[in-house]
Design a protein around this ligand. Structure first.
Ligand code: BTX
Length: 325
């Protein structure tokens, strides 16, 4: 929606207060056709506004979208560095892109970029990540661990544990992890994690952890191709979940696990991760860009690499793949 038209539409509702505005009246006020008004109203609904429509009276806004504010994020956040420096954006291409730039410009460890919407949110291997306005958590976190390059994927597993724990802390849901980066509820994807690196030779400058969580959309809010495979906390729980509370929980859990990791290594994280993993012990197919292996997932190595034994008894180490259960 053009921003001036949107501003005029919201002004019209603001001025009307509790009163209903008919389609005709809105059309006059903002200077467009009634069909266009209807389209704009639908657009607002998609953005999380709740509108009541009453025959012969018109529309009124009964609830505005829950926006994430810096104040809300600050309130009650007990961390030393993660989330202390937050860049909040209304709409971006991808929070990963901004995080790379900030990391390059020496942003301190724990800097977070949060957006209400991503128009080019991305997954692994250039896939798209659907990130509509006001309904999800779309954020990138900059870490600067002093670890060798090959160990960086461990941070994806660490982040997955922090997120699962945060969901458990705030809901009675039981999320599970599908190696390496999917968090599922009842077999459907609720969260994706994308870990990217800035490195020189074998030295890590920064690790950028991109986290996408479907918090409050309904199933109809997903595009049709995702409706069978995706879910949200709202769909599973039947109640809205505060995005700010979820973000704060993730910051706290992540900082705790990350400090444990820097002190004691990957083992304690691995044990926690295994407690949530669904692929282990099951027959799976791992698809990489060049081939696919079917076999039983045995577990992960101390580095976080997936170990599979195929039907001929041969052991494979899988560094990166899509897993089908
Ligand atoms: P992935 O490659 O494992 O998953 C991408 C696939 O997941 C898509 O091809 C599609 O099938 C499906 N998908 C797309 N959007 C959604 C969604 N909202 N819910 C469930 N399934 C979906 C996963 O990659 C990594 C995603 C990271 C997203 C974060 S958001 C903040 C940061 N910025 C950014 O651009 N990406 C990360």
């Amino acid at each position: 929606m053009q921003s001036q038209l949107r501003k005029d539409l919201l002004d019209a509702f603001t001025n009307a207060g509790e009163a209903y505005l008919s389609g005709q009246r809105i059309a006059e006020l903002i200077g467009c056709s009634r069909t266009a008004v209807w389209k704009h109203i639908e657009e607002l609904r998609k953005e999380g506004f709740e509108l009541e429509a009453v025959r012969r009276k018109g529309y009124r806004i009964v609830r505005t979208p829950e926006k994430i504010t810096a104040d809300e994020l600050r309130l009650g956040l007990k961390t030393n560095f993660i989330g202390k420096n937050v860049h909040y954006e209304e709409s971006v291409e991808s929070t990963q892109k901004i995080a790379h730039r900030l990391a390059y410009d020496n942003a301190p460890e724990g800097t977070v970029i949060i957006a209400e919407e991503q128009v080019s949110g991305r997954g692994r291997m250039d896939r798209k990540w659907h990130s509509p306005k006001y309904t999800g958590v779309w954020m990138s976190i900059i870490l600067r661990p002093n670890i060798p390059l090959p160990k960086a994927p461990q941070l994806t597993l660490l982040a997955a544990v922090a997120i699962v724990q945060a969901i458990e802390d705030l809901t009675d849901l039981l999320p599970e992890i599908k190696w390496p980066n999917d968090i599922l509820i009842r077999g459907k994807k609720v969260t994706g994690i994308l870990t990217e690196l800035e490195a020189e030779a074998d030295r890590i400058n920064s690790v950028i952890i991109g986290i996408g969580i479907n918090v409050n959309p309904t199933i109809e809010d997903f595009p049709s191709e995702l409706q069978e495979i995706a879910t949200s906390l709202f769909v599973e729980k039947g109640e809205k979940v505060s995005r700010s509370d979820l973000i704060k929980r993730i910051f706290m859990n992540l900082e705790k696990l990350y400090l444990l990791y820097l002190e004691e290594g990957f083992l304690p994280i691995k044990l926690l991760w295994e407690g949530y993993a669904i692929s282990i012990g099951r027959k799976i197919t791992a698809r990489t860009l060049s081939n696919s292996i079917t076999g039983t997932a045995q577990g992960i190595t101390d580095d976080g690499v997936l170990i599979m034994v195929d039907d001929h008894g041969k052991t494979h180490h899988v560094y990166s793949a899509d897993i089908e259960l």
